[in-house]
Ligand binder design. Structure first.
Ligand SMILES: Nc1nc2c(ncn2[C@@H]2O[C@H](COP(=O)(O)OP(=O)(O)OP(=O)(O)O)[C@@H](O)[C@H]2O)c(=O)[nH]1
Ligand SMILES: [Mg+2]
Length: 194
């Protein structure tokens, strides 16, 4: 089998794995590496104690989980934040990742100001793909890991992200400050999914 054929088989297997079931509301988690996406999923949807999330390994590729939350069936997509996986999701898997989305959680590590510009580039691409494949999706930016920064700076982080991501230009985008150690996370997720 040629290299190209192997790559195409790999891709179609992954797409099959991703598309393998029309179950529940499709919820997508995107963001740079180590921003806390898998931790959020496990703490909120799988009752994992927040302090044990330190053991979670980096997500390789795209992981899909079928979960129950508040009597709703969810089809949760967790895209590994390393650049290779993001590019794979935004290029090769674009249509299968971005179609039929109910809610996108775009997770930003609020304590890492230096990463905001890079995050914004992926946010813009996510918005563009959603406008094409899921124009009715709700988008929630999570200014996450707020426990790592002092109260005053939390507001500053929200202001900075809101301005940089130009969230006022989008009627379907909201921003929440969250932490796996605080009730803010559950409040944000409930607002986003119900
Ligand atoms: N202080 C703090 N740490 C957090 C929070 N959420 C997640 N973390 C930690 O952040 C680290 C990375 O978490 P992951 O959930 O693996 O991050 P990810 O975004 O899934 O990373 P990739 O899979 O590489 O994209 C872990 O050590 C978590 O314990 C938070 O709200 N506060
Ligand atoms: Mg992960």
């Amino acid at each position: 089998m040629s290299y190209l054929e192997k790559e195409m088989t790999k891709e179609s297997q992954l797409i099959k794995e991703i598309d393998g079931g029309d179950f529940g509301l499709k919820i997508l988690f995107l963001g740079l590496a180590q921003t806390g996406k898998s931790s959020i999923i496990q703490v909120i949807f799988e009752d994992r104690p927040p302090e044990t999330t330190k053991e979670i390994q980096a997500t390789l590729g795209v992981r899909r989980k079928l979960l129950e939350f508040s009597n709703l069936s969810l089809n949760v997509y967790d895209v590994g934040g390393q650049i290779t996986y993001l590019e794979e999701a935004f290029v090769d898997l674009r249509e299968s990742i971005f179609s039929h989305i109910k809610t996108l959680f775009f997770v930003v590590d609020a304590s890492k100001y230096h990463d905001f510009n890079l995050a914004k580039r992926y946010f813009d691409r996510a918005i563009k793909n959603l406008s094409e494949y899921s124009p009715d999706a709700k988008i929630f930016i999570l200014s996450h890991k707020s426990d790592l920064i002092p109260e005053k700076e939390r507001i500053k982080a929200i202001e900075l992200i809101s301005e940089l991501f130009e969230i006022e230009s989008y009627p379907n985008v909201a921003i929440h400050e969250t932490s796996i150690f605080e009730p803010t996370l559950l409040v944000a997720v409930e607002a986003a999914i119900k």
